[in-house]
Design a protein around this ligand. Sequence first.
Ligand code: IPE
Ligand code: IPE
Ligand code: MG
Length: 250
Amino acid sequence: MSQQLPDRSLFPKHIGVIMDGNGRWANERNLSRTQGHKVGAKVFEDITRYCAKIGIDYITFYAFSTENWKRPLKEVNFLMSLFDNELTRAFKLKAQNEKDGICMNFIGDIESLPKTLQILINKTRTEKKETTKTVSTIAINYGSQQEILNATKKICEEYKNEKISLDKLDVSNFNNYLYTNEMPPVDLMIRTGGEKRLSNYLLWQSAYSELYFTDVYWPDFDTDELDKAIIEFSNRNRRFGDVKEDKFES
Ligand code: IPE
Ligand code: IPE
Ligand code: MG
């Protein structure tokens, strides 16, 4: 049953999504984990379309972490070929997606991915335009600690070459060195599948995120579930360290 969404001014501008629970969803149905990943890929597409429809400016999906290489080779290979298939599909839909206001973006250590996947990523990526309704980003081979470390290394390099002075470095321009440099911070972080952790995802960008954990496995997540998260977000009291009371008694 769908619920009434709040006014758009109360929407999160940027949603982060940790798409977890594909394997457990499949296990509970006596299916192979790969089946869970396949259904999960379809959900990603539905949620992206819905975000463009309702007007979520940015949504960033965690598809494969730098730690996921530890999984059995068979599963890793399956995931890489699933990404190949999904991106081939997304490439075919590129013109339609652009028409629908969907901008496709990718973050992570793309250069360390299989060459075929890198080519597909570069073909599928689109520029943000005036007509863009949602920027849908896939984080693939992404690790937040590595991202922050790489940013620090770039800064050190620029400092060594006298391109940056340290007193000019602050929280807002540190952001320029991250993959997400053109995005606002994450307002709402959703994790499906019941675990309550961030698993090395957007650690810098989620400094003041509202965290939303649901037991629903990713293959069962749908637009109604997203509505629930947005409604809960709109009812949260975000203070950013400030206080809201008018009176202060000493
Ligand atoms: C998330 O689902 C998808 C990826 C990490 C690629 P999982 O594969 O982690 O599913 P569970 O957590 O084992 O159920
Ligand atoms: C996080 O899920 C990574 C993705 C959703 C891509 P994991 O299933 O890998 O996380 P952990 O191992 O439970 O922390
Ligand atoms: Mg998992």
